[in-house]
Write a protein that binds this ligand. Structure first.
Ligand code: CP
Ligand code: NVA
Length: 314
C-alpha cells in the first residue's frame, strides 16, 4: 500500500459532504485509507490541521465509539467540538437548525434516525455534513473497517467479507465499500431482512465495474465459505427495539458461533461494529477469540475519521 508523506497537501473531497458512502469516489476512498494510516503513524504531524475550527455533533441516538472518536479526533487535530443530543427538527424546523449552525461552525457530524435528516442538514447549510449513522448507512464505520482489514491482511484485493445478520445500515456501507476496493462481499440474512434493493443495485454495478463478486443468500454457511472476514451486527438496530423479540426468533440460525467461524478460512478474522449483544448475534467465545479484531476496528474509527475530517474540513 502507498505511503503518504505528512507534508504533502491534503486532497479535498469533490463532494462537500459524506452523507452516503458513494459521496467519496473510489480514488478518494483509497487516498483516505492511506491518509488514515499516516495519521495513525504520525499523529503529531496533524495536530494543528483544524486549528480555529469548530464542529457540531448532533446525535439523535446514543453512541460510545462514534461520539468519542469524533470528539477526540477533532481535539487531536487542534479543533473544538460541541455536542447536542436529542431529536433534530422537532423544537424548530430542520432547515432553521441547519441555518443556525451554518453561522457558527465549520462542520456538522450528525447521527440520525432518517437519512433524510442528514440530507436536509446538508441542503440547508453550507458547511460539510458527515453522516455518523442513519437508518440507511454507517459510512464512518465502513471506513474504519476497511482500514482494519487492509492493515490485518496487508491489502484488500481478492479478499472476501461475509456479513451474517441483518441487511442493515452497516451491511449497506460495507457492501458499497468492499466491492469497489476489490473485495468479494457475501450477505447472509433471514428472508424478509434483506438489504435495500436500491443499495443492492448500486452494489451490483460496483461489483461489475471492479470484477468482484456479490453474493446474497439466506444460508450462513454459503456466505462464510472461503471468507477472510466474518462480520455481524445486532439483530435489532437502534429504533427497532420493539421488534427485538420477533427478530431474535427470525435470526436464531444466523448467530456467529464457533461452528460458523470454523467454516470460514482458518486465518479468518471476526469483526463487529459494536455494541455487541453476546449470546445473540455472536457468542462470547467468538468475541474473545484471538482472531477477533473488534477493538482494532474501534481504534481505527479515530484514525479514519481524522482522515475524513482532514479531507472535508482542512
Ligand atoms: N459502532 C458504533 O457506531 O458505535 P457507537 O454506536 O457506540 O457509536
Ligand atoms: N445497526 C446498528 C449499528 C450500531 C453502531 C444500529 O443502527 O443500531
Amino acid at each position: 500500500m502507498a505511503a503518504l508523506a505528512s507534508s504533502s497537501p491534503i486532497l479535498k473531497c469533490a463532494a462537500p459532504d459524506l452523507l452516503r458512502d458513494l459521496d467519496l469516489t473510489g480514488d478518494e476512498l483509497t487516498y483516505l485509507l492511506d491518509l488514515a494510516d499516516d495519521v495513525k503513524r504520525s499523529p503529531r504531524d496533524y495536530s494543528q490541521a483544524l486549528a480555529g475550527k469548530s464542529v457540531a455533533l448532533l446525535f439523535e441516538k446514543p453512541s460510545l465509539r462514534t461520539r468519542l472518536t469524533f470528539e477526540i479526533a477533532i481535539l487531536q487535530l487542534g479543533g473544538g467540538s460541541v455536542f447536542i443530543e436529542g431529536p433534530i427538527g422537532v423544537r424548530e424546523p430542520l432547515k432553521d437548525v441547519a441555518r443556525n449552525l451554518d453561522r457558527w461552525v465549520n462542520g456538522i457530524v450528525a447521527r440520525v434516525f432518517a437519512q433524510a435528516t442528514v440530507e436536509g442538514l446538508a441542503e440547508w447549510s453550507s458547511v460539510p455534513v458527515i453522516n455518523a449513522l442513519s437508518d440507511a448507512y454507517h459510512p464512518c464505520q465502513a471506513l474504519a473497517d476497511v482500514e482494519t482489514v487492509r492493515e490485518h491482511f496487508g491489502g484488500l484485493q481478492g479478499l472476501k467479507l461475509a456479513f451474517v445478520g441483518d441487511g442493515n445500515n452497516v451491511a449497506h456501507s460495507l457492501m458499497l465499500n468492499c466491492l469497489r476496493l476489490g473485495m468479494d462481499f457475501a450477505l447472509a440474512c433471514p428472508p424478509g431482512y434483506d438489504a435495500n434493493p436500491d443499495v443492492v443495485m448500486q452494489a451490483q454495478g460496483l461489483a461489475a465495474a471492479s470484477g468482484t463478486m456479490l453474493t446474497l443468500t439466506h444460508e450462513p454457511a454459503e456466505a462464510v465459505a472461503g471468507a477472510h472476514v466474518i462480520y455481524t451486527d445486532v439483530w435489532a438496530s437502534m429504533g427497532q427495539e420493539q421488534e427485538a423479540v420477533e427478530r431474535r426468533e427470525a435470526f436464531r440460525a444466523y448467530q456467529v458461533n464457533d461452528r460458523l467461524f470454523g467454516l470460514a478460512r482458518p486465518d479468518a478474522v471476526f469483526m463487529h461494529c459494536l455494541p455487541a449483544k453476546r449470546g445473540e448475534e455472536v457468542t462470547d467465545s467468538v468475541m474473545e477469540a484471538a482472531r477477533s479484531v473488534v477493538f482494532d476496528q474501534a481504534e481505527n474509527r479515530l484514525h479514519a475519521q481524522k482522515a475524513l475530517l482532514l479531507m472535508l474540513l482542512s
